[in-house]
Design a protein around this ligand. Structure first.
Ligand code: SIN
Length: 436
């Protein structure tokens, strides 16, 4: 039993935050122990700002550090390029919105950061693809996870660059599927990098170079060890599960609406304000990991899962059509607390009879959807529809037809939830729902 499991539910949420600071502290520590497990890694970085630690929690830091296989020298960071605006070429230096995404090789983008980046990390690159983010398939997502895992076997952290349009989906996918607790940092840009040609002059005010530099700094610092995947843009980093793109063109497009940023990077200083809940299970790989180990299944085992939008007098044909096409899971982005129209409701009932599993979310952009404690309509809590769809797809792939298992995973993987009356996940009232 770990220190964490001795904590009362009342204290555990506070511990999530403070433990994050512990991990940050551990990552910043220059005196790291070795152990037989390489589950957690930590390495020296720039200065890391943390709150004072209580004696109680310092013992948790010691526990974390007992797991650390301390590297020596500069951290090794692998940058995996997939394209997007950061690899974009604009017509001219003043063209922020008119450009071709996915043109510049990732090796060139990293080379443009030399020699300065060499003081931060030893960097190697992998060109996974070079196209717009929306062009990636789920099969390619599956391959990307395996590429990240492979890179993490020899690197201290991985940066993945992508277009920003679906970057939050890239990030959440990696958050759900990467089995290593080492840092995974997504980044990209809102403005293209070069003008004219791939090696042309820089676009005025291009954000890509600074974002890439900061992402490598963050990954190399190991501050986000056990955070899962994070998304870094504009000096801020966010939890993959909760962040979303909020504007088509604004530079500060990425927001975590109700929870806020995890932290920020000011030069060599990395500030951690809070951490994802899963940090609390850092010392227990079995609890930290999700069930979704993609080395165990093929991309073709991932079932088709789609999203249906709710609106005034919405027709049910979308649901019926998907069900007839063999779709196994449907996320509804409903109105308010998840409402769907009468026609959609009737179509959903018919689709459930055919074996389709539904996840109910809200189109509002924030807030939770509750209820549906039995059957094949599951509440998606505060997951955005596009995130819920990925979790439903993975849950269906691993549950082997057991809808109760899908429900448990959907309701326990992610942010902690308190059930004050009765439990939808087998938890006594007043207790935190257990990790899956
Ligand atoms: C894309 O998502 O590939 C294009 C938009 C962007 O990178 O910002």
């Amino acid at each position: 039993m770990t220190h964490l499991e001795h904590l009362t539910p009342r204290r555990i949420v506070a511990v999530f935050l403070v433990l994050a600071l512990c991990v940050a502290s551990a990552a910043a520590s220059w005196a790291l122990g070795r152990s037989t497990s390489d589950h957690v890694g930590a390495a020296p970085a720039g200065r890391v700002a943390t709150a004072d630690l209580t004696a109680d929690l310092v013992s948790n830091v010691a526990y974390q550090q007992a797991l650390v296989a301390a590297p020596s020298g500069k951290p090794k960071v692998t940058v995996i390029g997939t394209g997007g605006t950061i690899a974009g070429v604009a017509n001219d230096r003043g063209s922020f919105t008119n450009y071709r995404a996915g043109q510049i090789p990732i090796a060139d983008l990293v080379d443009d950061l030399r020699p300065e980046i060499e003081a931060v990390a030893e960097v190697e690159t992998i060109q996974f693809g070079n196209k717009g983010s929306g062009g990636y398939t789920i099969a390619e997502f599956h391959a990307l996870t395996l590429a990240v895992e492979k890179a993490l076997a020899t690197s201290d952290g991985v940066v993945v660059t992508s277009g920003t349009d679906t970057m939050e989906e890239f990030a959440y996918w990696l958050d759900l599927t990467v089995q290593s607790p080492k840092p995974v940092v997504m980044t990209g840009a809102m403005r293209p990098t070069a003008a004219g040609t791939v090696d042309g002059p820089g676009v005025i005010g291009a954000d890509g170079p600074a974002n890439l530099y900061n992402a490598i700094t963050l990954a190399g610092s190991r501050v986000t060890t056990c955070f899962g995947a994070v998304l870094m843009l504009g000096d801020e980093f966010h939890a993959a599960r909760d962040v979303t793109k909020t504007s088509s063109y604004r530079m500060d497009t990425f927001q975590t609406r109700e929870l806020g940023v995890l932290g920020w990077i000011d030069g060599t200083n990395i500030k951690v304000g809070r951490a994802p809940a899963r940090v609390a299970t850092c010392d227990n790989p079995q609890r930290w990991n999700t069930p979704f180990d993609l080395s165990k299944i093929a991309a073709t085992d991932l079932p088709r899962t789609e999203i249906i939008f709710g609106y005034q007098q919405a027709g049910g044909e979308g649901i019926t059509g998907f069900a007839d096409a063999g779709v196994k899971g449907i996320v509804t982005a409903g109105t308010g607390a998840g409402g769907i129209s009468s026609a959609q409701s009737a179509a959903r009932t018919a689709a459930v009879a055919k074996g389709v599993v539904f996840l109910s979310t809200t189109r509002t952009g924030s807030g939770s959807v509750y209820g549906g404690t039995t059957g094949s309509v599951i509440a998606g809590d505060d997951l955005l529809p596009q995130k819920a769809r990925l979790l439903l797809m993975l849950s269906l792939a691993y549950a082997g037809g057991d809808v109760a298992k899908v429900r448990t995973w959907v309701s326990t993987i992610g942010n902690p939830e308190w059930d004050t009356v009765s439990s939808s996940a087998g938890t006594p009232p007043g207790q935190l729902k257990p990790a899956a």
